[in-house]
Design a protein around this ligand. Structure first.
Ligand code: NAD
Ligand code: MG
Length: 339
């Protein structure tokens, strides 16, 4: 059983007198910075000179410095820029200031797990990873709630790395919802596996197959879109609320019978699991990470061409048209759709 922590286990006084630099002001960055500030912490945001986020962060009442200045100033440096640029920025702008007794923090373990960043022995290294998009981290905090978080400690140089990590998570509101203990190793591997096989890779390909089969059989694309793509969220919401049983309770018995009869026909369990194990193995032995790092070094040709191809797929075009006319599908859905 994973160990859980709540507000009573977290002591915000571990952040007292500590200066916290939040590097990056994107989805997670703005939420961490604003929540910590509202929790009474001494925060500044580290950005590139000329970043368009500079004015936004200052406008929200935050102090802003360049990345090296923020790293020099801070006792705790939380890195919330894109995972694929973290190593470069770390080596150039942050590493020179990671002196003994400071802490380096992350919201995802990729760069530590695959040794793209190797912090010096004298600093604490911890993870405070909300299990939800940054905009939800902010909106739940403002509403007096929080998004559940993962906590992990890779290096405990000061002997207080756990207390500091838990205090940080309390500061962003995560302890209100619950904090689960993990390791950089497990968080990285399960996160990559989940998004590749089920959440992003698996789901998108499943929906695309369903859409294409109906359209190729002569059904209206709009109809195919509703049945195979739009309704996915409604079904997932039911599972999210009360498990598969809650979904089965809400759908018709005909749908439930079809689930038992046809689910295993399109997802042959043993074969699918065998393929998933191969994906997991690529994640565990660093093959996937190596490909992604190389892709970024080589100008992202594969990545960009896939993104362009997908934009032109009929399901995306039909979906876009349908959403324009849906009075109940607004921007609020987009907030919860990142990462
Ligand atoms: P994001 O893309 O929303 O924001 C990244 C920010 O970094 C942007 O403001 C960008 O301008 C800035 N940036 C990019 N390159 C930079 C550079 N070279 N120098 C300085 N700034 C630069 O990213 P995000 O989704 O907030 O992710 C940040 C971290 O949080 C990642 O490690 C990610 O894995 C993790 N995370 C994200 C989510 C999520 O749902 N978004 C959830 C949990 C963890
Ligand atoms: Mg994830």
């Amino acid at each position: 059983m994973a160990k859980m922590y709540y507000e009573k286990d977290c002591d915000l006084s571990y952040l007292k007198g500590k200066k916290i630099a939040i590097i990056g002001y994107g989805s997670q960055g703005h939420a961490h910075a604003l929540n910590l500030k509202d929790s009474g912490c001494d925060v500044c945001v580290g950005l590139r000179e000329g970043s368009r986020n500079w004015a936004a962060a200052e406008g929200a009442g935050l102090a802003v410095k360049t990345v090296p200045a923020a790293a020099e100033w801070a006792d705790i440096v939380m890195i919330l820029i894109n995972d694929e640029v973290q190593a470069e920025v770390y080596h150039r702008d942050i590493a020179p200031y990671m002196t003994e007794g400071k802490a380096l923090a992350f919201a995802h373990g990729f760069n530590i797990r695959y040794q793209q960043i190797v912090p010096p022995a004298g600093v604490d290294v911890f993870m405070a990873a909300p299990k939800g998009p940054g905009h939800t981290v902010r909106s739940t905090y403002v509403a007096g709630k929080g998004v559940p978080c993962l906590v992990a400690v890779e290096q405990d140089a000061t002997g207080h790395a756990y207390q500091i990590a838990l205090a940080y998570i309390a500061g962003i509101g995560g302890a209100r919802a619950g904090v689960m203990e993990t390791t950089f190793h497990d968080e990285t591997e399960t996160d990559l596996f989940g998004e590749q096989t089920v959440l992003c890779g698996g789901v998108v390909d499943l929906m695309r197959c369903g859409f294409e089969v109906l359209v190729e059989a002569g059904y209206e694309p709009e109809n195919a879109y509703f049945e195979c793509i739009h309704e996915m969220k409604l079904i997932i919401d039911l599972i999210n609320k009360g498990g598969v049983a809650a979904m089965n309770f809400s759908i018709s018995d005909t749908a439930e019978f079809g689930e038992y009869v046809s689910g295993p026909r399109v997802i042959p369990h043993e074969e699918t699991k065998e393929r998933m194990r191969a994906v997991l193995s690529d994640i565990q032995d660093g093959t996937f990470a190596g490909k992604w790092i190389a892709e970024n070094k080589n100008g992202r040709t594969f990545f960009n061409s896939k993104r362009q191809q997908l934009k032109k797929h009929q399901m995306e075009i039909v979906g876009g048209e349908l959403r324009k006319n849906m009075i109940w599908g607004g921007d609020s859905d987009l907030d919860t759709a990142s990462n």
